[in-house]
Design a protein around this ligand. Sequence first.
Ligand code: SAH
Length: 477
Amino acid sequence: MTDIEPAPLQRGATIILDIEKAAFEGRSIARVNNLVVFVDGAVPGDRVSATVFRKKKQFAEARVDEVLVPSPHRVDPACTHFGVCGGCKWQHMSYEQQLVWKRAHVRDAFERIGGLEGVVVNETLPSVSPFWYRNKMEYSFGEMRWLGEVNRDAEPFALGLHVPKRYDRILHIDECHLESPESNLVLNATREFFLEKGISAFSTRTHTGDLRHLVIREGKHTGERMVYLVTSQRMEAVMEEYAALLQRGEFGVTTLIQGVTQRKSTVAIGEEDIVHFGEGSIREQLGDNTFRISPTSFFQTNTLQAERLYALAEKAAELRPADVVWDLYCGTGTISLYIARDVKQVVGVELNDAAIRDAGTNAGANGLENTQFICADIVDFLAPDAAHDVPAPDVIITDPPRAGMHTKVVDAIGKSGVERLVYVSCNPTTSARDCAMLAEYGYDIVDITPVDMFPHTFHIECVISLRKNAGFAAQDS
Ligand code: SAH
């Protein structure tokens, strides 16, 4: 930094910055005269010219105008929509470097927020594939096309992804590298078909128009592919033609479902679902189990990596055949079913009753009789006066949402005295906070393994292995 002239940091100023770090939320960090500058669109190691667009006492924010000296970690993004689409903010950084920063963020969270110095953070487990990893994409139709700005010359018809923070604007997408080449074929054929038929896109402003969402889901292990088209009207004749189109071999579509809804809500759920061909659902394999996925059911989006995540959680739990395991925040029971064959009994607990029903169905379909699923708020399930006759756990696996666990839940787990505890976290900031509290009850972190479920994004999942009073000496990885 020494050869950079200190520039007056004020709104509108153009400054030269050496980018030092990747910050949370996909931004990066430079420093000018000890003031932190958050920068959009840069890669650590870049020297950039940037314009300050916000100046506060503690920090400033700037946007890159020009990369003067590119970072050795900078790569050409694979996607033509990079920069405008909010989806893959890190596609201009090498995948290896993304993994390095994800690990650094986990370590940083546990040291700074958790105050847990010297905790062992293993290398990030890379995604099996950095592209084509998603088993679901949800596209929207819209009457305002966005290409960096609203394109008023274009037809009032777009099919693509929502522009970040602009819910009425749809970025026209013709190639996305996240699901599969076939998924892109379906996307483009759908757009062309309905444009040619003159069918209108639904407007979230006026609530008129027929086409609302296009959801494409596929089983990575089974090769089955679902198209779920959400519309306002039934449009029988057009749908018949659309169904005939999608049955052509190149799309590999095994089932087409149409969801019809007149609701104003922008979620891709039909009030009535019409199956045009196929079974109305697809199957996917996860570990030894097969899951049936309907148009709106929750399922882990990166199948292959979810298997690696669960394998790590299982290993961290050091399961034994006589174990009773509690799987807290179990969703549709994917972790419970993954481990059920290796233990005596699994109890899954989850708030969402549709997810609990799916968990029961999936357990039955896979012949797993040693599982039990309970629909409850974890806070109530763990309350001292809770009325259930579930056997006490030998192991607890917990997988809370991004907000982490309620303090009452942390307290209850702390007091349970369970010896083996595995925390699967999708947000290191909140799991670090929770683990700091658990440390007060004598839970030591054996190690943490970051797992990359979402390449090119700043999201990072991790498996935290904890033991009661293990008394590990703090060590450096
Ligand atoms: N373990 C699952 C899903 C974890 S996602 C899997 O691997 O697929 C977190 C889950 O926690 C969601 O399904 C959400 O419905 C549930 N959840 C959130 N708050 C909850 C609470 N207070 N009590 C019980 N479940 C809750």
